[in-house]
Design a protein around this ligand. Structure first.
Ligand code: ADP
Ligand code: ZN
Length: 596
């Protein structure tokens, strides 16, 4: 049967080989076993349940909490010539009746359904009369109270075991957490499931963290390496979202805002355009992203630090689901450290909770300041060890220099000491640099011995040191003291010269020489043809009202560029071109390729 599965992979999906754990999972399912599939976003989970019903000619029930995505999935299947449908309460009764009839006639290979709908008695009764050969529980981590997406309906899914005896069930998720894994198997009452655990690495995503100097300029420079690409720019506040989107538009970028303060209509419209148009930038709060499975998001940029490493990994994971090069880029500065620590301390949650949150924040800050490969600690955080540096993060591509900052750190600390640890960063740095401000004069800080001893260095330089001292815990901003900088436990040892401080030399954005964008899609001489193929795809997509990637992924278009098929038979060699798409679109793209 696995040979049949391979043939379907080729003829229907247009792919040559299974990826990672796909083959094992499909074999187990076809052998009638329950299974748990853990793969990162973009790993190819859906094929694991889409192929078995095509082999058995039965129907797979796919349980998913994201009703908004179901129709997209069905549309994508339709393009592949696979009979799929969804059943949810937002559909008209006649549409629902049609699906039921198709199901009874044995015409459907995949039926997407929300858990609350599935568990209604009449739905279950209807399904028991159909030829259900597989039950797939997508987003299976929703069953766990440990995770952040817990859904009580998911707890009921254990009942499926008795309702569909002997029908294999497969649970799929991209969440790695140990406790969640255990919960999935027990809560869903899987019977000795076969486990398929793919790594959580997203090797096509390049991680970059830059010290914030002028965030907008830095962003514009970053975006200039991503012309015509779709991406997300995350900001903390609604106001900043609006301002950043306006600014980007004024700079000639194609950007839209998204946050919870916009009307439902506007949000829907902006999300729709992000999915349908090529190369739109969404400037958003974290309200945006859940339930977006656009595969060709080429970058995720953060203008503010996220809350934790998990949040960061989830948000950046929205880039590059199609496996093509993508970037996770972030600017980060002293303000983030102060702001996030402050928010945490001021929150009303209990001390125990705060301790956990503090720990999480420290892990993230430490990660930002890392001078070695960023991927290794990121994956380690999720329990995965990688002994080699990745070669695809900023620290690997351009190893940061460190310098002996002991003396400057001492200057800064002693300036805090001389001003009695009563002032915030801006003032301490003013005193260090010998600034002549009202506040300096008012407090007679021209008279302290550290006045002006740091005049030879920029504000940026001092802020960089201060930021790193704060991350190390040598300095903290006292919330009750209106943000005054105070000595942490390590400060005195540094001041006495007992420890040396080696700090990261912040890389200025202008040192761009080796910082080529990792996601340049095609060679310059192929740009015209590439644009032409994309325009063709967009035209075909618009005619049917579907997103362009549903027609073909970028990778397929790129494969066309390199293979230059001259006939329909050649076209079948292109990755992502199966029988149904060949018939629908093969000729149109051949015509484009022929015009040059
Ligand atoms: P997930 O659900 O795990 O996030 P998907 O199932 O959406 O991932 O797959 C991600 C992308 O990878 C899709 O565009 C899919 O067509 C593609 N893909 C999956 N399996 C293969 C394969 N064996 N060969 C090539 N591409 C694949
Ligand atoms: Zn690396």
């Amino acid at each position: 049967m696995i040979d049949q599965a391979r043939e379907i992979l080729r003829s229907t999906f247009g792919y040559d080989a299974f990826r990672g754990e796909q083959e094992g999972a499909i074999a187990a399912i076809l052998g009638g076993r329950d299974a748990v599939v853990l793969m990162p976003t973009g790993g190819g989970k859906s094929l694991c349940y889409q192929i078995p019903p095509l082999v058995t000619q039965g129907c797979a029930l796919v349980i998913s909490p994201l009703i908004a995505l179901m129709q997209d999935q069905v549309t994508a299947l339709e393009q592949l010539g696979i009979a799929g449908a969804c059943l949810n309460s937002s559909m008209s009764p006649s549409a629902q009746a049609r699906v039921t009839a198709q199901l009874r006639a044995g015409e459907l290979r995949l039926l997407y359904i929300a858990p609350e709908r599935l568990l209604q008695e009449n739905t279950l009764a209807m399904l028991r009369n159909a030829d259900i050969t597989l039950i797939a529980v997508d987003e299976a981590h929703c069953v766990s109270q440990w995770g952040h997406d817990f859904r009580s309906d998911y707890l009921e899914l254990g009942r499926l075991r008795a309702a569909f005896p002997g029908v294999p069930r497969v649970a799929l998720t991209a969440t790695a957490d140990e406790r969640t894994r255990a919960d999935i198997a027990t809560r869903l009452e899987l019977e000795q499931p076969a486990w398929f655990v793919g790594g959580f690495d997203r090797p096509n995503i390049r991680y970059t963290v830059r010290p914030r100097a002028n965030a907008r300029e830095q962003l514009a420079r970053f975006l200039s390496g991503h012309k015509d690409s779709a991406g997300i720019v995350y900001c903390m506040s609604r106001r900043k979202v609006e301002q950043t989107a306006d600014w980007l538009c004024a700079q000639g970028f194609n950007a839209l805002p998204y946050h919870a303060g916009l009307g439902a209509e506007t949000r829907r419209d902006h999300q729709h355009r992000f999915v349908r148009d090529d190369g739109l930038i969404m400037v958003a709060t974290i309200a945006f992203g859940m339930g977006i499975d656009k595969p060709d998001v080429r970058f995720v940029a953060h203008l503010d630090l996220p809350k934790s490493v998990e949040a960061y990994y989830q948000e950046t994971g929205r880039a590059g689901r199609d496996g093509d090069p993508a970037e996770a880029w972030m600017v980060y500065g002293l303000e983030d450290v102060v702001r996030l620590r402050q928010m945490l301390e001021e929150s009303s949650s209990g001390e125990e909770h705060k301790r956990v949150e503090r720990h999480k924040l420290d892990a993230l800050l430490g990660w930002c300041e890392a001078i070695t490969c960023r991927r290794q600690p990121l994956l380690e955080y999720f329990g995965e060890r990688h002994s080699e540096a990745c070669g695809n993060c900023d620290n690997c591509v351009e190893p940061p220099k460190t310098w002996n900052a002991t003396e400057d750190a001492q200057k800064l600390l002693s300036c805090m000491y001389r001003t009695e640890q009563r002032f915030g960063a801006a003032h301490v740095i003013d005193v260090l640099r010998g600034a002549n401000t009202d506040k300096v004069r008012q407090h007679r800080h021209t008279e302290v011995s550290t006045y002006g001893i740091g005049a030879n260095q920029t504000v940026q330089h001092w802020r960089s040191i201060l930021r790193q001292l704060m991350v190390r815990g040598a300095v903290f901003a006292d919330i009750e003291g209106f943000g005054a900088l105070k000595f942490g436990p390590d400060a005195r040892a540094i001041l006495r010269g007992d420890v040396e401080m080696f700090l990261r030399e912040d890389i200025a954005e202008s040192r761009k020489t080796r910082q080529r964008a990792s996601s340049v899609q095609v060679a310059p001489e192929e740009q015209d043809l590439w644009d032409q193929l994309r325009a063709c795809r967009k035209r075909l997509a618009d005619e049917q009202g579907v997103p362009p990637y549903v027609i073909f992924h970028d990778r397929t278009l790129r494969d066309m560029l390199s293979l230059r098929p001259a006939s329909l038979a050649d076209m079948l060699e292109v990755s992502g071109v199966g029988q149904a798409k060949l018939e629908r679109y093969g000729q149109a793209f051949l015509d484009e390729l022929r015009t040059l």
